[in-house]
Structure formats: structure tokens, C-alpha cells
Design a protein around this ligand. Structure first.
Ligand SMILES: [Zn+2]
Ligand SMILES: [Zn+2]
Length: 118
């Protein structure tokens, strides 16, 4: 139907829905569910990545998570940006008095969040 296509172009609709691939799943998804159902907007990729990890245990391609890993207990968590990762590390250190290691591909050295001294 050429008519419908013309309409879409005129209206400036997102014709090329963003896609995300996962080599571990050997699959590719478009983000229309995140955009239409969850109204995630600019956070659609982020939303997909978090959901993907929740249900499969890993992140899709092109996502480099911040990893927060406790040095004293098996607790660990992954985040898409530094702020929540740092917050997790700081609260874990605060409540358990454990040191937490923060790692990200963009940072050469591991960041260590030490528990408060008292
Ligand atoms: Zn996957
Ligand atoms: Zn811990």
C-alpha cells in the first residue's frame, strides 16, 4: 500500500524503529514494544537492556554495564550508568560495611567504594 507509506513519511513518524541485537540470543528486536507499550521514549534501549538482563541474565549487545561487586560477599549488581551503580555500592557499604568494587569499560582502574569508617 503505497498510500499508507506516503502518509507515514509526511507525518514524520518514526519509520525506522530502533533495533537492538543480542549475539548471545542470536536475535534482534525492534523497540516498538518499549516505545508504544511502555512509553519509554529515549530510555527505550535502557528499558530493553534492563528487562533483557532480568529475564535472561545478560545484557544485549552495545550495552556496557557498570558492575558493582562486593569484595566481601557474593552480592553484585549491574547498572547502565554510573550513578545508580555508585549508589548501590555506597548503600551496600553503608549497611554491610563491605567494600564494593565498581567497574566499567570506560574506566581503566576499578573504583573501590570503602565502607564508612564508623
Ligand atoms: Zn540475549
Ligand atoms: Zn557485601
Amino acid at each position: 500500500m503505497p498510500d499508507r507509506r506516503d502518509t507515514d513519511v509526511t507525518r514524520g513518524e518514526i519509520d525506522d524503529t530502533p533495533t537492538v541485537a543480542c549475539s548471545r540470543c542470536d536475535r534482534e528486536w525492534d523497540l516498538d514494544y518499549e516505545l508504544d507499550e511502555l512509553h519509554a521514549g529515549n530510555g527505550a534501549l535502557e528499558q530493553f537492556a534492563l528487562d533483557h538482563r532480568q529475564h535472561t541474565g545478560h545484557f544485549p549487545d552495545d550495552v556496557t554495564p557498570w558492575l558493582a561487586e562486593c569484595r566481601r560477599c557474593p552480592d553484585h549488581e549491574a547498572f547502565l550508568s554510573e550513578r545508580p551503580a555508585r549508589r548501590w555500592a555506597e548503600t551496600h557499604a553503608r549497611h554491610t560495611r563491605h567494600g564494593v568494587a565498581l567497574q566499567h569499560a570506560s574506566v581503566d582502574e576499578t573504583i573501590i567504594i570503602e565502607p564508612p569508617s564508623q
